[in-house]
Design a protein around this ligand. Structure first.
Ligand code: MN
Length: 334
């Protein structure tokens, strides 16, 4: 219970703040939005003033969140003179949240509260409620309410459940703990439906995304030695089927379900002579190391790179032929 002191201090500040800005990180997912909107709904239910902010507009799949339309993307809110507090959700630092420059430009830096579960969090806040063994920031916010005896409404429960479902991959990945399931049961008792929420979260693929996935599946190649499955998408594919980047992530994750593969690689020609690579690993293979060979990086299980070069097909898969000062050379096998 070491987090109770931080929890109470932030609660104290939030209870007396005139107008806080609640911030979800850029390219918002269900966890950052769920955590932010749970607090936003709690404040608004009490008739309190608050801004909900995100640099990028939330995807339409989150339309079922109560009050989601109140989320603002105009950084003008940071110029609002009544603002005296900022709460950041699910971001390791202000830059990742997408608001570092806006905070910098404020005449007076307000109290910043940091709600997060990432081990890489820089404790950038004046109050930091960072619980690194929490499944999600939604769980952190649940603890915040719990520590301060806040009653969770059905609206708040819908937001928090979305965060839990997002970061535990529907209660299936290693973030699924006894604690996260206990919280989920408590939220179910508030009347939310896991079935309804997952349906909203899953049934969200545009036609063009699946057509593009079709091309990627068609070109899937197998390297039995490296246990690596690779595929490639070219500029023409994206011209025929323009989609948002978030659906590419869905593709890499989907391919990662492949039974035989240790590693999955999706190569994407972003512009002429530029290739973006996205690695996924379902095993112990450290793909951050593999991405480093191309000057990229990332996590053990998900990593990527961006290089100058062309995608070429080999009998056992797709590779990048890197261009360097007009000279073509092939990367060493990784
Ligand atoms: Mn999260």
């Amino acid at each position: 219970m070491q987090h109770r002191a931080a929890s109470q201090q932030i609660f104290q500040k939030l209870s007396t703040a005139r107008k806080p800005i609640l911030v979800a990180h850029r390219k918002p997912d269900g966890d950052t939005l769920g955590a932010m909107m749970a607090v936003f709904n709690w404040l608004r239910d009490q008739g309190r003033a608050a801004h909900a902010f995100c640099v990028d507009e939330p995807a339409s799949v989150y339309a079922y969140f109560p009050r989601i339309r109140a989320v603002q993307t105009d950084p003008q809110v940071f110029q609002d003179e009544e603002v005296d507090m900022i709460c950041v959700f699910d971001a390791g630092d202000l830059k990742y949240a997408g608001i570092d420059a806006f905070v910098e430009a404020m005449p007076k830096r307000p109290y910043i509260a940091d709600f997060d579960h990432h081990i890489t969090n820089t404790l950038f806040g004046d109050g930091n409620l960072v619980i690194t063994n929490a499944s999600s920031t939604a769980e952190v916010v649940h603890e915040f309410f719990d520590d301060n005896n806040v009653e969770i409404s059905r609206s708040m429960a819908t937001c928090l459940m979305t965060g839990l479902l997002t970061d535990t991959s529907n209660f299936s990945n290693p973030a699924t703990t006894v604690k996260s399931l206990e919280i989920a049961s408590e939220l179910l008792l508030k009347g939310v439906s896991i079935r309804d929420i997952t349906k909203r979260l899953m049934r969200n693929k545009p036609f063009d995304a699946l057509k593009l996935w079709g091309r990627a599946l068609e070109r899937l190649r197998w390297d039995p030695e490296k246990k690596l499955a690779s595929t490639a998408l070219f500029r023409e594919d994206f011209q025929d089927h323009p989609i948002e980047d978030e659906y590419m992530e869905g593709l890499s994750n989907f391919l990662n379900h492949l039974l035989q593969a240790d590693v999955v690689l999706v190569l994407k020609e972003t512009e002429k002579n530029k290739v973006k690579g996205s690695y996924r690993s379902a095993t112990d293979t450290d793909v951050a190391e593999m991405a480093k060979a191309y000057g990229g990086g990332g996590h053990r299980k998900a990593a990527g790179f961006l290089v100058d070069g062309a995608i070429v097909e080999r009998p056992d898969g797709w590779i990048v032929q890197q261009s360097d000062l007009g000279r073509q050379f092939e990367l060493p096998a990784i």
